[in-house]
Design a protein around this ligand. Structure first.
Ligand SMILES: Nc1nc2c(ncn2[C@@H]2O[C@H](COP(=O)(O)OP(=O)(O)O)[C@@H](O)[C@H]2O)c(=O)[nH]1
Ligand SMILES: [Mg+2]
Length: 282
């Protein structure tokens, strides 16, 4: 199986070396993709200094958001014909040594695997307010969405890439936590076989959270919207999308066609690599 491991970075110079070296140790046969949003702390220099032949770095022109970085990884994995896409955060909270377990679950026939802090055997090192918000959000998601998973918001996941091709990519153009919940919902609506596996979620290493606090409230509003979307039938015309070349940055696959009308400028598309025509922060 050809495996791509993906991380998004924004100012993770203190953490990225450990994450990449840990990934190489855990899955030496995998390729690695990092999408960096113009980090100001030398994150890209640290990555280049490691001289890893299996590492591809895509540098975007500015902070375009975590959701669109993951969407770009979807496009990259499909375009390059990988079998499995694994994603994890680059801040040290996801342990690369757990990657083989996620891949194994795909090998067993699942389309989507999520590393869970809240299933039996899972652990979360958050305390206080952050732990409480995360637990409540994930319990609410399980109830409102009617999906039998214990975790919806973390980015430690694995996808069967052929299953990703069934998703309607414009529907996933959302910021941060909203993207992660929407991806689970779209998977469920497209009959993905889904499973969670326990992980030990650590507090981030160096630095502070890069996700705006407001994102938590946006995530709650998105959850209510997704509870409705979850129950709607999947329109046959709303499958696939994306993987068109971008005329601005010459990426062969990062232009996503068919945006919901009004959401994006001019011809209803946008590039998740350079941000061309992108009327909204994602
Ligand atoms: N490329 C990119 N990465 C981001 C952005 N925002 C956050 N990240 C990365 O996404 C991961 C999760 O972000 P983090 O700040 O740890 O979020 P938290 O765990 O919810 O507090 C980290 O690897 C960040 O560096 C962004 O706008 N663009
Ligand atoms: Mg984090």
């Amino acid at each position: 199986m050809r495996v791509l491991v993906f991380s998004a970075t924004y100012d993770e110079a203190g953490n990225i070396g450990g994450v990449l070296n840990g990934t190489v140790d855990a899955v030496p046969y995998a390729d690695i993709l990092v999408v960096d949003d113009a980090s100001t702390d030398g994150t890209v220099a640290v990555m280049r200094g490691l001289q890893l032949p299996q590492l591809t770095i895509i540098e975007r022109p500015g902070k375009m958001g975590l959701g669109s970085a993951h969407l770009l990884a979807f496009c990259h994995a499909m375009h390059c014909g990988y079998d499995v896409l694994v994603s994890l955060d680059a801040d040290g909270s996801h342990q690369p040594c757990a990657i083989p377990l996620l891949i194994e679950k795909i090998r067993e026939g699942n389309d989507f695997v999520i590393g869970s802090r809240y299933c039996a055997g899972g652990r979360c090192d958050y305390t206080g307010y952050r732990l409480h918000v995360s637990q409540v959000a994930n319990r609410a998601a399980r109830r409102l969405l009617g999906i039998a998973l214990s975790e919806f918001t973390t980015s430690f996941r694995a996808f069967r890439v052929t299953a990703l091709r069934r998703l309607w990519l414009p529907g996933l153009r959302r910021g941060g936590y909203s993207f992660f919940m929407a991806a689970v919902v779209e998977g469920a609506r497209n009959d993905f076989q889904m499973v969670d596996v326990p992980i030990h979620f650590l507090r981030r290493g160096y630095g502070v959270s890069k996700i705006a606090k407001l994102e938590i409230f946006r995530g709650m509003a998105t959850l209510l919207q997704l509870a409705v979307v979850r129950r709607l039938p999947v329109s046959k015309s709303r499958r696939g999308g994306g993987l068109a070349p971008c005329r601005s940055c010459a990426s062969p696959y990062a232009w996503i066609e068919g945006m919901p009308s009004g959401a994006y400028a001019r011809d209803g598309g946008g590039c998740v690599q350079c941000g061309a025509n992108d009327g909204a922060a994602v």
